[in-house]
Design a protein around this ligand. Structure first.
Ligand SMILES: Cc1cc2nc3c(=O)[nH]c(=O)nc-3n(C[C@H](O)[C@H](O)[C@H](O)COP(=O)(O)OP(=O)(O)OC[C@H]3O[C@@H](n4cnc5c(N)ncnc54)[C@H](O)[C@@H]3O)c2cc1C
Length: 421
């Protein structure tokens, strides 16, 4: 891979997500060579993918070139590569651009969509785990309206039904944003189409949305969704989808050309790690974030599972965990190099939040919980300052302000047509 070996230990990081970025940053100016590999040359701010999918933001507002982030970090090397395998006995990784040796390996590959073995859903449903998928979804949503214009009333229903499966933050935020499109944008764009025929269905198998949040947040989010006209279907499970009909386990059917799947994730595992170190679809790690059974291989962020007293099923798969683990691991590498004692990871839970359309959000913090307009401003502020890169923050702030005052969304472009399989 043409990366010169130095006298410093080499830390190879697979993945430039939240965990990988923070680990690399924490080693700036330290006696390590840091090599990051990612299949994309950019970092994706996943929490705002739904805004790309619903024409609220352009992708370059939420993606940022990895090389630019580290342009001032001399000990940092980046290669765009898909990591295929780890040869643990030889401390090597195999990628599509060659082989690389490591002293320490940090796997920070995040997650991919979990379809729970439903083949039809995997084949036909739309997902939202990457910029490409969010852009496909944006194209498909708009293409559906272009097609609906050409159809008779009965067929229009299929194109204008938008079932979203999964009442977690992703499903709830997407449903809210689609409702905003329906209520404020689409009637102007398609005056010759009856936009009232557009139906947004949010399908959740449990009896509430935003299940991990407080009861107050869940019930308020439900009320907000209903207010916006979203048809929330609780205690409903999907059995199959064939690209035209969605079938529920109860046997009921919904005619729809589109299914948006926001119902589950599984770890993006790299071949070569022993199956005994895997639980579910994540790497079992100890409180030093070391993968079970290995001395120099670590997992950080979504792909690792660390169980604690407060989180007996593992820490939540959210950005703050990945951020904190990346930072923590870097500090431990530095301590180890100095012969100092290693710390154990403890998660500082900062709470959680979700937004449901304009002026509506729910925020659960340790000390207090609140909902409504103030929560919405808090949500916007937190997401704005969390975005990577000053330029992205400015562009997003400008876009949000423009959208807020004009009730308009500028990114309603079908740049690249989405083609169904
Ligand atoms: C739609 C959506 C909304 C979300 N909303 C929120 C939210 O509001 N708040 C919150 O806290 N969390 C949210 N999350 C979760 C949050 O984004 C994740 O917890 C966080 O991204 C995990 O960081 P990570 O570093 O573990 O992995 P990721 O950020 O997923 O990064 C993994 C990286 O690894 C790379 N990669 C994967 N496999 C390979 C390979 N084989 N070779 C090379 N590179 C590879 C990927 O390209 C990617 O860049 C959301 C997630 C999604 C999908």
């Amino acid at each position: 891979m043409n990366i010169p070996k130095t006298e410093h230990k080499r830390v190879v990081i697979i993945g430039g997500g939240f965990g990988g970025l923070n680990l690399a940053k924490s080693l700036k100016g330290k006696d390590f060579q840091v090599v990051m590999l990612d299949k994309n040359n950019y970092h994706t701010f996943q929490p705002l993918l739904y805004q790309v999918a619903t024409a609220g933001l352009e992708p370059d507002s939420i993606a940022y070139p990895i090389r630019k982030i580290f342009k001032a970090q001399e000990n940092f090397f980046f290669r765009m590569a898909n990591v295929e395998k780890v040869e643990t006995s030889e401390n090597k990784i195999i990628t599509d651009i060659g082989i690389l040796e490591y002293d320490y390996l940090a796997i920070a590959t995040g997650t991919t969509t979990n379809f729970f073995g439903m083949e039809g859903v995997a084949k036909h449903a739309m997902t939202m785990k990457s910029v490409t998928e969010a852009l496909d979804l944006r194209s498909l949503i708009l293409q559906n309206f272009e097609k609906a214009l050409l159809e008779n009333e009965e067929e229009q229903v299929s194109f204008m039904n938008f079932p979203i499966v999964g009442g977690g933050p992703t499903g709830v935020e997407l449903a809210g944003a689609l409702a905003e499109l329906k209520n404020h944008i689409l009637p102007n764009d398609y005056p010759d189409l009856d936009i009232n025929r557009m139906k947004i269905h949010l399908i959740e198998m449990q009896d509430e949305v935003l299940q991990p949040m407080s009861d107050k947040a869940s019930s308020k989010a439900l009320a907000y969704l209903k207010d916006l006209g979203v048809n929330v279907m609780l205690n409903k499970s999907v059995a199959s989808f064939d690209g035209n009909n969605l079938t529920f386990k109860s046997g009921e059917q919904l005619k729809s050309k589109t299914l948006i799947w926001a119902a589950g994730v599984k770890g993006n595992l790299v071949d070569g790690i022993s199956s005994t170190a895997i639980e579910g679809s994540r790497y079992k790690v100890d409180d030093k974030l070391k993968i079970d059974g290995y001395d120099n291989i670590y997992a950080i962020g979504d792909v690792g599972i660390l169980k604690t007293k407060k989180f007996p099923y593992g820490l939540p798969q959210v950005a703050p965990v990945a951020n904190q683990q990346g930072d923590f691991l870097g500090k431990n590498f530095i301590s180890e190099s100095k012969g100092a004692s290693l710390k154990s990871f403890t998660y500082q839970d900062q709470g959680s939040m979700a937004t449901i359309g304009r002026n509506r959000a729910v925020v659960d913090m340790k000390a207090f919980k609140f909902q409504g307009t103030i929560a919405w401003f808090v949500w916007m502020f937190v997401h704005l300052i969390s975005l990577v890169g000053f330029r992205n923050r400015v562009i997003t702030f400008f876009n949000w302000s423009y959208n807020y005052f004009s009730f308009d969304k500028g990114a309603r472009l079908i740049i690249r047509k989405f083609k169904r399989n």
